[in-house]
Design a protein around this ligand. Structure first.
Ligand code: ADP
Ligand code: MG
Length: 357
């Protein structure tokens, strides 16, 4: 018997501490073309966008027009990056072995390929045929046979995605397909934040389906408080205080199915062609770049605790919270002062701090 779950749960939820005094509609009428001074208005405009297969919540201290601009930017990126929309650039490339990409898509692909190399293939943008074989693209879940997976894995190798960034020309070796699902939301968050910044916004919070990205701090200058979801329940394992950073989680509980008592989730080990099972249940990455955090949340999940810790020790652009199957929380040392447990009184008791040396 097969049971299927596809839980559209937000993996990180927000503890904003603001009281939501005003509706987005009220703020809307008051600010048409915000100048930099006006845009850190006391009341935020808030809006929801359904895109990239998830619910996105935008909170912007600025005018309603900025909400529309953000929404348009998200929709524009989705229409280029979608792996399923027939009119998208990625769909076109996947179905004709190559093509010419717009500047956005070429930029994302180029930087995402760098992450594939940096993680030694733990992140592999060509994993899509395997993701599809397990049913994660449609929800018709199944456990593919070894032979089937081996055939598909012959076409999984990000080093055979050939991109000329200047011209945007990309070509794929035969039967390869690209999926930017592991990085698209992080890149989109970066783009929306850049757009808001250009318009003088100094405070905003984006929750793109559990990918949280902060522009500045709260309007009073204090940090945003972002809860890291408990992979085992509805609560949270801790709170992170951030300013100008992304907090991005990959969790096994997000999309999974159970067959014959085994849980299979949507994060695939490209070496095995199967869902990762290495003792981790969630990986949260904190850093300046949404794209990097998004790619690394997937990649460090694939690496497992030990390799992820070693990878962090050689890096200087992110911090991490890793939760294991037995409920242990590990944080990298840069988070020591900004991570707190739900029980305020207990300090960081029970949390393991990963250090550099
Ligand atoms: P989500 O998008 O659900 O927040 P992730 O950012 O971790 O989670 O991305 C997971 C998605 O990335 C999967 O649904 C799948 O399409 C794709 N994926 C799974 N494993 C890998 C991998 N090792 N490398 C690149 N992409 C992957
Ligand atoms: Mg990711």
């Amino acid at each position: 018997m097969k049971r299927a779950f596809a839980l559209p749960l937000l993996l990180v939820f927000l503890l904003t501490g603001c009281s939501g005094r005003t509706s987005a509609g009220q703020a809307a009428g008051t600010e048409q073309t915000p100048s930099p001074e006006q845009s850190s208005a006391a009341q935020p405009v808030t809006g929801t966008v359904f895109a990239m297969d998830t619910v996105m919540e935008l909170t912007i201290y600025g005018g309603e027009d900025l909400l529309s601009a953000a929404r348009e930017r998200i929709e524009e990126l989705e229409s280029k990056l979608s792996v399923t929309e027939e009119s998208s650039e990625i769909y076109g490339v996947n179905h004709s072995g190559g093509g010419t990409l717009s500047a956005d898509t070429a930029d994302l692909l180029s930087r995402a390929l760098d992450l594939c190399g940096r993680t030694n293939g733990a992140l592999d943008l060509s994993i899509y045929p395997v993701v599809r074989a397990w049913g994660f693209t449609t929800g018709e879940y199944r456990v593919p046979g070894r032979g089937e997976l081996e055939k598909l894995l012959a076409h999984v190798d990000y080093t055979r995605i050939d991109l000329d960034e200047a011209s945007g020309r990309v070509s794929l070796a035969d039967s390869m397909e690209i999926d930017l699902g592991s990085v698209a939301k992080g890149y989109t968050g970066d783009q929306v934040i850049a757009l808001l910044r250009e318009h003088g916004v100094t405070s905003a919070l984006l929750n793109l389906g559990g990918n949280v990205q902060a522009l500045g701090g709260k309007p009073d200058g204090s940090p945003w408080r972002i809860a890291v979801r408990d992979p085992f329940g509805d609560g949270y394992v801790g709170i992170l205080e951030v300013v100008d950073q992304a907090v991005i989680t990959s969790g096994g509980y997000e999309r999974y199915f159970v067959e014959d008592g085994q849980t299979y989730w949507h994060i695939i080990d490209p070496a095995a062609g199967a869902p990762v099972r290495n003792g981790l249940v969630s990986v949260t990455i904190v850093g300046e770049s949404g794209l990097v955090c998004d790619g690394l949340s997937t990649a460090l999940f694939v690496m497992g605790l030990e390799d992820a810790a070693a990878f962090w020790q050689q890096s200087d652009d992110f911090e991490a919270v890793l939760v294991t199957e037995d409920g242990q929380i590990h944080i990298t040392e840069g988070l020591e002062d900004v991570f707190s447990l739900p029980d305020q009184g207990s300090g960081l008791e029970g949390v393991t701090v990963i250090r550099r040396g």
